[in-house]
Design a protein around this ligand. Structure first.
Ligand SMILES: *Cc1c(COP(=O)(O)O)cnc(C)c1O
Length: 382
């Protein structure tokens, strides 16, 4: 195919497996569209079983799951929360909402995850929680992080937005810390448009989580017949997604293996075929530690510097390929300066984030397109 005839290749398209509309229709036919109906239950049970986790609360976003986790962790004004600066804004926002000060620490250049060896030095008497972000669905060094947290009496909230159906030493990401937060945004592996989930193992949090998610009421208990009327019990908000969204997600969870397999195929193709560029020293490819089983959430490469990345992005766009970069480090953003501080030296966060480029990666991307993208990159003048 000549370049002119080739349709543009977007950076992302929400996954579509084929059964979504049928399930949405079924949800509509059931005549109850608000949250916590049949499809919400199906999604929750699916995750309980597949991720071996006791509690699953479907939410309207991962941002909201993080907000819930922060509230359940008793974050109060002035408390400090440790996290990487190389992450999406929600990781920090959810804690800032409750008055926390964010303490950013540097990342490891190999995985782009928080450097577990820098965490302990950032702990002060005000520290309340550690928030590891499993970048690209590659697990952080959770054994070390949990050991530090337990020794200092800190909560661990895993931002597993990108880590759904990925594992660390055989355990599902999100189920290792005190709380785990998933995203089902359309850019993630499994989607419902906008959505997420809060998961945790300790049943002692169940009641508070239910009340928080149901506008501060004990409506969940009421529906189980445990109380004869529902009342305002505590602070709460509205974190329930509708059944239409849950129906879309359930179709995808059912096909999770298929989605996973396809994403792995794309990942492996990029990884194998871009290897010569790494051998020539032009790029760095993603690294996955032995303990981590990733979910092919994204494929990124790191080029020499910002200038090369800018050139590569426009070169790809000329070939109708849309790539993306992220994140502008939170500590150098206006809100990051207001709500947080960087502890220690920024050796890698800024430098590595400026080199990083994400390639198109989505379930319905054809292998022919993946080949074309790879060949186009191989022909770039690094
Ligand atoms: C996508 C993402 C979020 C936010 O997820 P939403 O469901 O859009 O709120 C949070 N953290 C990370 C690391 C993400 O990638």
């Amino acid at each position: 195919m000549s370049d002119e005839m080739r349709p543009r290749i977007p950076f992302n398209k929400p996954a579509f497996v084929g059964t979504e509309l049928q399930y949405i229709k079924d949800a509509v036919d059931r005549g109850m569209l608000c949250g916590d109906g049949e499809y919400t239950k199906k999604c929750s049970s699916w995750m309980q079983k597949h991720f071996d986790v006791s509690q699953v609360f479907l939410t309207t976003s991962c941002t909201h799951a993080l907000e819930m986790a922060a509230y359940l962790s008793d974050i109060k004004p002035g408390d400090e929360v440790i996290m990487p600066s190389f992450t999406f804004v929600s990781t920090a926002d959810a804690f800032v909402l409750w008055g926390a000060k964010i303490v950013f620490v540097d990342i490891r250049p190999d995985t782009m995850n928080i450097d577990e060896n820098l965490i302990e030095d950032a702990i002060t008497p005000r520290t309340k929680a550690i928030v590891p972000v499993h970048y690209a669905g590659v697990g952080c060094e959770m054994d070390t992080i949990m050991e530090i947290a337990r020794r200092h009496g800190l909560k661990v909230v895993e931002d597993a937005a990108q880590g759904v159906n990925a594992f660390y030493k055989g355990r599902a990401l999100g189920t290792i810390g005190d709380f785990g937060c998933y995203s089902f945004h359309e850019t993630k592996n499994y989607t419902m448009g906008e959505g997420g989930a809060l998961v945790f193992q300790d049943d002692a949090y169940q009641e508070r989580a239910e009340i928080l998610r149901e506008k501060g009421t004990d409506r969940s208990k009421f529906f189980r017949g445990q109380v004869d009327k529902y009342r305002w019990i505590d602070y709460g908000s509205s974190y329930l997604p509708s059944e239409m969204n849950a129906a879309y997600l359930y179709a995808q969870l059912e096909k999770s293996e298929e989605i996973n397999r396809k994403r792995r195929k794309i990942y492996d193709f990029y990884h194998e075929n871009l290897k010569p560029l790494e051998e020539k020293g032009y790029i760095k490819r993603p690294f996955v530690p032995e303990e981590a089983e990733h979910n092919a959430h994204m494929y990124y490469l790191k080029v020499k510097d910002l200038e090369t990345r800018t050139r590569l992005i426009s070169y790809l766009r000329e070939h109708k390929i849309y790539s993306a970069f992220h994140y502008i480090p939170l500590h150098s953003s206006p809100a990051g300066q207001k709500f947080g501080r960087f502890h220690g030296e920024d050796r890698y966060t800024t430098k590595e984030s400026e080199r990083l480029l994400r390639l198109p990666m989505f379930y319905n991307l054809s292998m022919e397109d993946v080949e074309y993208i790879t060949d186009t990159i191989l022909a770039f003048d690094f």
